[in-house]
Structures are given as structure tokens and as C-alpha cells.
Design a binder for this molecule. Structure first.
Ligand SMILES: Nc1ncnc2c1ncn2[C@@H]1O[C@H](COP(=O)(O)OP(=O)(O)OP(=O)(O)O)[C@@H](O)[C@H]1O
Length: 257
């Protein structure tokens, strides 16, 4: 696999009965890019996310992440490899505090294993302190420090998205799949959320983003992949895809032959 690529999908397919939701998709994501994944409703974007993140088994095809074949791995394994999808880990526990929600998203919590508490309580306590410190750092990065002790259920839609970002950050992912980050988010928080994504990207995290807000996609994505009816129909810079006839036709409902 080309070292400049963080993710490669080859011939990915997923059918639901007679419907080809994802129909032989190839995808090359460059390391360090924010890539947009767009397409009309029902194009197969969410299904493709599920195939990459291990939630859905492909009917055929292969996914390589940082050179490793992750096809067929469980979502937790994919997560531990450094590929995180928002919503991939369980949704926030509404009756736990924001801090507890972030702490319990940390992979490798030996405190959860019954025996390790008896055999090596010092190690568990030390790890818990480290987790807490890291969770506090991540919450500060996401501007949620003032909400640390609030119940997760009391957060606004935008703050919930920030909490999700904080939770996936606990696994120090190299690639984050973001599902419609701005849907249901107050406009005043959208800029803040995007600012955090851009900052994480500057620190070396790659992103694949499904987003219906085209202005946003055009603004932050280096490259855009366009899907329609399960297929990848175009790929390029924002300037290239916006003038692509196949893309215009797909959005007008005329899918090219
Ligand atoms: N579990 C499922 N069972 C049956 N059909 C499904 C299932 N999941 C998705 N589909 C179908 O697969 C196709 C692709 O759906 P998908 O949700 O991946 O599209 P999308 O591009 O994410 O759409 P949207 O932008 O509306 O979220 C649609 O026709 C959808 O109805």
C-alpha cells in the first residue's frame, strides 16, 4: 500500500436483498487530508462508513488501514487500530457525567477486568489517574471543561457532538469518520466544532466526512468523493467536482449510465 495513503478500499460491495447499497467502491484516502463524502440521499454513504468501521460486513471487497487488512474486524478492533467513527462507540450515557463518559471511552481499561482490581490495584489506580488527566485535556480541547460534571443528557445537540469528538479522541485515532457533524447543531457551535476538526487535522489526524452542508464541505475538504446509487461517480478537488456533469446530474436525480 502506498505510504501516502491512510485508507484504501478495494471493490467494496454490500447488498441488502436485491439492492446494491454499495456497489464495488474503490477509495483512496490520503494521509493528512480532510476528505468529503457526498451524494444524494440513499447514495450509500452511511453504508460505506459502516463497512469501513467494521459495523457491517461487506458482501465482498477489502479495506486496508495504514497497510493492515481490517476487512471483517469488529468495530472495537478497528477503533483500537486508530480508526474511529462518531457513533461507533456507544452513544453517551445520559445519566453519567461528561467526564465519566469520556473516561469510559478510553481503550484498555484494566479496571474493568474483575481480577486486575484484586491482583494489581495500584496499576488500576494509576491508569485511572492517567485516564482522568487525558479526559480532562481532551475536554479542554473540545471547550467542554465547564460541563465536566454535568450529566451528558443535559448537553445541547452541538455539545453532544463535541462530546462525541472528545470520546473518540481518547483512542488517539489517526483517521476519524465523521457522520454529518453539523446536523442538529446550533449555528454558533458549528464554527466551533469545525474549528476543532481543522485543529485536529493540523495535528495530523485525517478525516472522512459525510456532510450535507455543501458550503462547509467545499470550505474544509481537500478532496471530495461523490457517490450515487452505491457507486463512486466522481472524485477531485471541490472546484473539480462542482463542475462535474455526472455530479450535477446525480443531484438533479438523473443518474448517469
Ligand atoms: N439495513 C438496511 N437494510 C436494507 N436496506 C438498507 C439498509 N441500510 C441501508 N439500506 C438502503 O441502502 C441504500 C443506501 O443507504 P445509505 O443510508 O447508505 O445512504 P446514504 O447515502 O447514507 O443516504 P442519506 O444521505 O439519506 O443518509 C438506501 O437505499 C437504503 O434504503
Amino acid at each position: 500500500m502506498n505510504a501516502e495513503l491512510i485508507l484504501q478500499a478495494r471493490g467494496l460491495r454490500k447488498s441488502f436483498g436485491a439492492l446494491q447499497a454499495v456497489d464495488g467502491v474503490n477509495l483512496d484516502l490520503r494521509k493528512g487530508d480532510i476528505t468529503g463524502l457526498i451524494g444524494p440521499n440513499g447514495a450509500g454513504k452511511s453504508t460505506l462508513f459502516g463497512l469501513i468501521a467494521g459495523e457491517t460486513r461487506p458482501s465482498s471487497g477489502q479495506v486496508l488501514f495504514q497497510g493492515h487488512d481490517i476487512t471483517g474486524m469488529k468495530p472495537e478492533q478497528v477503533f483500537r487500530h486508530g480508526l474511529a467513527r462518531t457513533f461507533q462507540i456507544p452513544r453517551p450515557f445520559r445519566k453519567m457525567t461528561v467526564l465519566e463518559n469520556v473516561m469510559c471511552a478510553a481503550p484498555n481499561q484494566s479496571g474493568e477486568r474483575f481480577w486486575s482490581n484484586w491482583i494489581q490495584p495500584g496499576v488500576v489506580a494509576q491508569q485511572e489517574r492517567e485516564n482522568r488527566a487525558r479526559a480532562e485535556d481532551v475536554l479542554a480541547f473540545c471547550n467542554l471543561t465547564h460541563m465536566t460534571q454535568e450529566m451528558a443528557g443535559s448537553l445541547s445537540g452541538g455539545q453532544q457532538k463535541l462530546l462525541e469528538l472528545a470520546r473518540v479522541m481518547m483512542a488517539e485515532p489517526r483517521l476519524i469518520l465523521l457522520d454529518e457533524p453539523t446536523a442538529g447543531v446550533n449555528p454558533s457551535l458549528i464554527e466551533h466544532l469545525i474549528d476543532r476538526v481543522v485543529e485536529l487535522n493540523a495535528r495530523g489526524v485525517s478525516f472522512l466526512i459525510v456532510e450535507h452542508n455543501m458550503d462547509l464541505v467545499m470550505r474544509i475538504c481537500a478532496r471530495i468523493v461523490v457517490m450515487a446509487q452505491g457507486r463512486r461517480i466522481a472524485e477531485g478537488t471541490p472546484a473539480e467536482v462542482t463542475v462535474d456533469r455526472k455530479v450535477i446530474d446525480a443531484y438533479l436525480g438523473e443518474v448517469p449510465a
